[in-house]
Design a protein around this ligand. Structure first.
Ligand SMILES: Cc1cc2nc3c(=O)[nH]c(=O)nc-3n(C[C@H](O)[C@H](O)[C@H](O)COP(=O)(O)OP(=O)(O)OC[C@H]3O[C@@H](n4cnc5c(N)ncnc54)[C@H](O)[C@@H]3O)c2cc1C
Length: 486
C-alpha cells in the first residue's frame, strides 16, 4: 500500500476502539470534536508526503515491495543514508514545531532500533518478528504509540500486587495478557500500541517480560485518555492547543490475546533488557532532532516577544536569549553526534562487536550515546529554561482578553489605544501574547513542560543508571593518575 493520505489516515481510525474520555465511551474518535484539531494536524503530515516539493525528503521506495513508503523507516547505515533519515525527521518535526513528541516518527525509530538490538545480541527469532512488525508499519504507514512504564499503583509494601501488564495464560498460538501500562501519548489517535521494556527487569519477573504490538481495537484493550485541552476555544486564543494536543492515555489490558507473530519477547530477560541497551541509535537521532526543533521554536518565540515588548534592549534579556541561542547550537551539535554515534555502532555490530570502543585519545574509551544523555539531562533543563525566559519576556501581558473581546467595538477601541507595541498593532500584539500563553500557561503549555521533564523516563532512575555505567569509573580513574603523577 505505501504512504497514506490524510483522508485514509482518518478512515483507519474508525476501528471501533474502546476509548474512554471525559466520561464518554468513544468508539469513533473521528467523530469526537475535541480531537479533531490533532487529527487534522496528523492528516496534514500524511498529505505532506504526497507533495512533490517534499516527497524526496519524506519518502523512499520500500525494500520489500517497491511502493513509496515513509522515510522514517529507512534503515540507514552510511553517512549519506543517515543524513537522509535525519532530514526526514527534521522536516516532519518542523511541520509540527517540535511540539508533537510522539508523532509516529519516534516509534519508527524505536522499532528499527529494536530489530538492530535483537540481532546484535543474537536473538534471531525475536529480531525476525520485530522486523515483520516494522514491515507492516512501513507498508501500511501506521501511527504507533507505546507504553513502557508500569502504572502508579499501591507502593506501600514490597509484596503489593504488581498491576503491570503480565501473562495470565500461555497458549500454543500466543499469550493472554492482563494489567496496565502508562503513559501512552498519541494513543487516542494511533493505529497500534507497543508494549515493551524501559527499566530492566530481574529474574523472577518473567511473566512481565513482554514486548508486543497490537492494534488499538484489540478485544479487551481499554484506552483511558486524559481530558483533552482542545475544548472549543478558537484558534486565535489557543493557537497551539487547537492543533497539537496529541493526547495521553493509560492502557488497560483485560485478558487480551497476543498472537505469536505479534509477540516479540515472551519471558526472555536477555532479549527484553537488551532492547534498550543495544539499539543502533535511530531513536536518539529522532528524539534529539525533535527536541532541538522545539528549543528553536521556544527560543524564537522568546525573542519575538522580547522584541515586541522592547525587553530585547535590556542586558538581562539579551543575555537570557543569547544563552538559549547558545544551547540551540549545542543541541545541533548533539544532533550531528547522534548520526556519528549511530554509524559507529552499526559498523561495530556488523563486525560482531557489541560496543564501540574508542582509543581514549582522539575519542573517549566508552562510546555510549551523547544523544541519550542529552535527552535525560540537557533537553529537560534547557527546555525548562527557555519556557521561563519566554514567560518573563511576555510578563503580565499574556494575561490578556480574548479575540472575542477585541472584536467588540467598545473593547477593541480601548485595546487599540492602550495595548500596542512599537510597530505592532493591538491585534498583532494580542496574537503573539496568546501564543506565548498557550506555550507557558494553559493546560497544553503546562503539560508540555511536564512532558519535557519526563520525556525519557524518571530522571532519578536515569541518573542512577548513568552512575552504574563504565564512564563513572573512567572519570574517577583520573584522580588516581593525578596522584600517581605527582
Ligand atoms: C505528558 C507525558 C507523556 C508521556 N508519554 C509517554 C509515552 O508516550 N510512553 C511512555 O512509555 N511513557 C510516557 N510517559 C511516562 C513517562 O515516561 C513517565 O512519567 C516517566 O517514566 C516518569 O515517571 P513518573 O515521574 O511518572 O513516576 P512514576 O511512574 O511514579 O515513577 C517513576 C519510576 O520509579 C518507580 N517508582 C516510583 N516510586 C516507587 C516506589 N515507591 N516503589 C517502587 N518504585 C517506584 C516506578 O516504577 C517508575 O519506574 C509520559 C509522561 C508524561 C508526563
Amino acid at each position: 500500500m505505501g504512504i497514506k493520505t490524510g483522508k485514509e489516515y482518518k478512515e483507519s481510525l474508525r476501528d471501533n476502539r474502546q476509548l474512554f474520555v471525559d466520561g464518554k465511551l468513544v468508539t469513533d474518535v473521528t467523530e469526537y470534536g475535541p480531537m479533531q484539531g490533532v487529527i487534522n494536524t496528523i492528516s496534514g503530515v500524511y498529505d505532506q508526503q504526497h507533495d512533490s516539493a517534499y516527497k524526496d525528503i519524506l519518502t523512499f521506495a520500500s525494500p520489500a515491495t517497491g511502493d513509496v513508503v515513509s522515510k522514517t523507516y529507512l534503515e540507514a547505515k552510511t553517512e549519506g543514508e543517515l543524513g537522509q533519515l535525519s532530514a526526514c525527521y527534521h522536516l516532519r518535526t518542523k511541520t509540527t514545531f517540535g511540539l508533537m513528541g510522539r508523532l509516529t516518527d519516534f516509534m519508527s525509530a524505536f522499532l528499527m532500533d529494536q530489530v538492530c538490538a535483537l540481532r546484535a545480541i543474537g536473538k534471531t527469532e525475536a529480531a525476525d518478528k520485530a522486523q515483520a512488525i516494522v514491515d507492516n508499519c512501513r507498508e501500511n504507514d501506521l501511527q504507533v504509540t507505546h507504553a513502557l512504564i508500569d502504572p502508579q499503583t499501591d507502593r506501600s509494601k514490597d509484596d503489593a500486587p504488581n498491576e503491570a501488564v503480565r501473562v495470565v495464560e500461555r497458549r500454543d498460538d500466543g499469550v493472554v495478557v492482563s494489567g496496565c501500562r502508562m503513559l501512552s501519548t498519541l494513543a487516542p489517535v494511533a493505529n497500534e500500541c507497543y508494549i515493551g521494556p524501559y527499566f530492566p527487569r530481574k529474574p523472577g519477573e518473567e511473566d512481565f517480560v513482554l514486548a508486543f504490538q497490537l492494534p488499538m481495537n484489540a478485544p479487551g484493550l481499554s484506552i483511558l485518555a486524559r481530558q483533552t485541552y482542545d475544548n472549543g476555544q478558537n484558534a486565535f486564543d489557543r493557537p497551539l492547543t487547537t492543533r497539537f494536543d496529541e493526547g495521553d492515555a493509560i492502557l488497560v489490558f483485560d485478558n487480551v490475546f497476543v498472537p505469536n507473530e505479534r509477540l516479540i519477547v515472551n519471558g526472555d530477560l536477555e532479549a527484553y533488557n537488551g532492547i534498550m541497551q543495544y539499539g543502533a541509535g535511530y531513536t536518539g537521532i529522532q528524539a534529539c532532532t525533535r527536541s532541538t526543533m522545539k528549543l528553536r521554536f521556544l527560543t524564537g518565540m522568546a525573542t519575538a516577544v522580547a522584541r515586541m515588548n522592547q525587553r530585547d534592549k535590556t542586558p538581562r534579556f539579551q543575555a537570557a536569549i543569547g544563552e538559549l541561542v547558545g544551547w540551540v547550537n549545542v543541541a545541533e551539535g548533539i544532533r550531528t553526534a547522534t548520526l556519528v554515534d549511530t554509524q559507529k555502532r552499526i559498523q561495530a555490530y556488523s563486525e560482531g562487536k557489541k560496543a564501540v570502543v574508542g582509543d581514549g585519545v582522539s575519542e573517549p574509551v566508552f562510546q555510549t550515546a551523547s544523544g541519550y544523555a542529552a535527552l535525560n539531562f540537557l533537553f529537560p533543563l534547557v527546555n525548562t529554561k527557555a519556557v521561563d525566559v519566554l514567560r518573563l519576556a511576555a510578563g503580565s501581558g499574556s494575561l490578556a482578553p480574548t479575540e472575542a473581546d477585541y472584536n467588540r467595538d467598545d473593547v477593541g477601541s480601548m485595546m487599540d489605544r492602550y495595548l500596542v507595541a512599537q510597530g505592532v498593532d493591538s491585534k498583532g500584539r494580542l496574537q503573539l501574547l496568546k501564543l506565548a500563553w498557550d506555550m507557558t500557561g494553559t493546560e497544553f503549555g503546562s503539560r508540555q513542560g511536564l512532558y519535557e521533564r519526563l520525556y525519557s523516563g524518571d530522571p532519578e532512575r536515569n541518573a542512577m543508571n548513568w552512575f552504574k555505567g563504565p564512564s563513572t569509573n573512567d572519570c574517577e580513574s583520573m584522580i588516581a593518575s593525578f596522584f600517581s603523577e605527582q
